[in-house]
Ligand binder design. Structure first.
Ligand code: SF4
Length: 125
């Protein structure tokens, strides 16, 4: 049986999920097994979401924030819809929509700046 759970509460998502998909303006930007996503987020938006989770052990750590407001989903920016807020945005991001690229480790990321990770057993073949 498969259940789809949609939430902004990342603690609950982590607790009940085995696989997580992160969406921005209606598009999937990253998909990964739950622990992989929370421990090693790859997409800049996912990384910013993870930075926003309060952690007792980090005390006064510096929290990165996305700049600017979330654009309207009715009139999204061209290219990567996250580019006006992304700290890694480059020229290509303004015109070319990144596709979701799958890696051998079960993750997938839609970002021009991220090369999908390759599972050790897959790279040895
Ligand atoms: S494609 Fe470009 S703007 Fe979009 S998340 Fe990746 S680096 Fe940022």
């Amino acid at each position: 049986m498969t259940s789809l759970f949609i939430s902004h509460n990342l603690a609950v998502v982590r607790f009940i999920s085995t696989r997580v998909g992160v969406m921005y303006l209606g598009r999937l930007v990253e998909v990964a097994p739950t622990e992989m996503l929370f421990e090693r987020p790859q997409h800049p938006y996912t990384q910013l979401l993870m930075d926003a989770i309060p952690r007792l052990e980090h005390g006064r750590r510096r929290v990165r924030n996305a700049s600017g407001d979330v654009p309207s989903p009715l009139d999204p920016p061209g290219g990567c819809t996250f580019h006006p807020r992304c700290p890694l945005a480059m020229e290509r991001c303004r015109s070319e929509t990144p596709l979701l690229k799958a890696a051998a480790d079960g993750s997938a990321v839609a970002c021009h700046a991220v090369v999908p990770t390759v599972h050790a057993s897959a790279s040895a073949a």
